[in-house]
Design a protein around this ligand. Sequence first.
Ligand code: TXA
Ligand code: MG
Length: 337
Amino acid sequence: METRVCLITPESLAWAKEIIEKGGVVAMPTETVYGLGSSAFNDAAVRKIFEVKGRPNNNPLIAHVHETYDLSQIIDYDPPYAQKLRAAFLPGPLTLVYPSKGKVSPFVSCGLDTLAIRVPAHAGARAFLKKVGVPIVAPSANISRHVSPTSAQHVLDDFDGKIPLILDGGECTGGIESTVCDCTGEYPVILRPGLITREMIEKVVGRCDEYAPDLENPQQVKSPGMLYKHYAPRCKTLLFSQKNVEQAILRYVKESQENKGVAVLCEEKWISEFEKIGAKCLNLGKNQAEMASRLYKLLREAERFCDTLIVVEPQESDGIMTGVLNRLRKACTSQDV
Ligand code: TXA
Ligand code: MG
């Protein structure tokens, strides 16, 4: 199959709609990362997503809809606090998990009595969702466990020849996946941290918890995606904390004696330290938003030439850095923090 990368135009949107209606798969941009989309109502189309990605079949998918879509068609209960969250943050990088049974293909939620729904803000995603008019299930458009994609080229790198169409909406500005927030209880609970933070949610609805999965009892984990190793570049990736920068420098020296492809990924303030020893540096940036938006791009860049990537963990851990650190730790082969 030939894979075409098309800018978002009336023609490419019409073709995307045709593919979706026939049960096919289309990659679409969002403000967080690119997604691999198909119709949430079509069993075969949903299964195709799991197949193309190599995704474990107990990890549920998020349904994406346009902001004008009538949610009552696909959810069973809409708690008042979810309405407040939608008014405050959507369209935007927040996914809400609602009670829902039997409204979309059973393969979407892998047997759970819930449905995760996201209303993206990206103009290209909105145009696509409006055009197709049905909920589109879309995991991040990467081969399972690989680094999430933030450009059409990243999607092509993983799926060339496997899907017909990639809608090219430019580089994603957010850079890490949406916050996933459970709305089935008395108050919201964050299942996956992201760009909409716990503090932001608390300001709107008063209380919000963060879910800590009991990894000893995987069958009770609320968001199965949390069980898996994720976001990993195809090179050895060693994570060092701020207090271990000296060890990171020594390790760089040792690795570069043994390997040709060694680089350092760190926030801007450490770059000069590493450049003193002639290290190849990938600059994560100097503020939280910059670090989120560059993370996946730099991990994908690193795997192209690195045998070993030395990563120094950013200092801040509040706000959206909770999400950035969550992704970074899951991406790394070993941790010395
Ligand atoms: O920003 C995003 O959310 C991107 C873009 C493409 O929209 N999508 C994305 O999808 O990150 P994916 O499949 O890579 O991650 C979905 C996460 C997983 O951790 C999954 O376990 C969780 O959402 N999830 C999906 N449905 C759920 C449900 N019904 N209950 C609990 N967790 C759910
Ligand atoms: Mg993913």
